[in-house]
Design a protein around this ligand. Sequence first.
Ligand code: AMP
Length: 430
Amino acid sequence: MITAIRGMKDILPPETRRWQAVEQTAREVFALYGYQEIRLPLLERTELFARSIGQETDIVAKEMYTFLDRRGESVTLRPEATAQVVRAVLENRLLHGAGVKKYYTLGPMFRYERPQKGRYRQFHQINCEALGSDAPELDAEVILLLLELLQRLGLGQVRLLLNSLGCPACQQEFRARLALYLRQQTGWCHDCQRRRDTNPLRVLDCKSQHCRELLAGAPVMLDFLCPACKQHYSRVKALLAAQTLEEAPRLVRGLDYYTRTTFEVVATSLGAQDAVAGGGRYNGLVKELGGPDLPGLGFAIGQERLMELLPNKETKSSPLVFLVALGTQPRERAFRLLQQLRQAGLASDMDFEERSLKAQMSLAHRRGAALVVIMGERELETDEVILRDMTTSRQQTIPTDCLLPRLAEQLAGCQSNSFGNTAIIGGVTG
Ligand code: AMP
């Protein structure tokens, strides 16, 4: 048997219905805040990620799915969306015209990490990106959008961590002071010994427990913010005053392009991989990728972790009508009827294995059908069908002409079943 690749999992029904519901809510919230969907390829030139995320980051150094295509060009399965969104926005000239450009995108990301609970090699993100303004209101909007989405999804116990990483000017002094501290301490892991010289900020993101302990006395960025960055940070905090947030002066993110506002949403119930979402400003990124000097910010929600946190509510689905027919001609008639019901917006199905009456009835039961329409040779002759209500077990024989309105009437009172279709019962007239 051929199995799936390690770290890549199948998402199966009925779980897929929960995913759809989450994505639907995300789309609604994005629309409310004026964000439009953008759909991007899974494969990009390697250079895009190497240049934007940073050579010294774990993602670029160890985790990218990179290979040569048939023409020898180095391509990479996207490990994150921001660089791609910026690439697409520049390439398609979407920055023209006034106003902030607001986009969202949903889909899989790929990172060759060590798989464990909450960490996969193919995982899914809900991404939000806003380009074109450095106003603190935009930072606050993006964070509030994230919180609103999580709240609408029913996510309770989460913490919002907030920090500012300053601008390149204030990062310069911080970097020098941090490098000094890193040299003064001994015992850094092999990677951090290298990062000390190449990109000291990356040491702050090291996952080794020992390095984390050594970092306890390291200088923090907030103490080095220039007056403009300090003011920006205070205004963001003031705009978010109504929210419960925790300042996290040691919060850095695993990508190099972040500046100023940086945030993460964590849920302790997730265990070691506790970050549900993360994001922040990336004011230098558009320029770095060959565009104008335009600021931007965004976030990414990890969808697998989000699903794990959501209350396991049963998702509502529309009631099912199951057609049961015996004999070739009744089956043909049932098949035509099936299409009519579907065109009328009723979730409906039939048996495709020519089973016995009893077996078809039990299939209808297992599928959670609310109503069953039965027809045999006799009903064919009289142009009637038998309609059985599966809840009350009551049966009645009705003329085929009356079936649609009768179904609509009976289904209007029905609740959900386990079969996942969406029926617009109100669309049926009669
Ligand atoms: P990042 O792009 O690293 O800032 O990650 C944003 C969010 O994506 C994180 O907060 C996680 O929820 C999720 N995430 C990142 N890497 C993985 C992974 N390997 N498996 C599952 N979720 C992930």
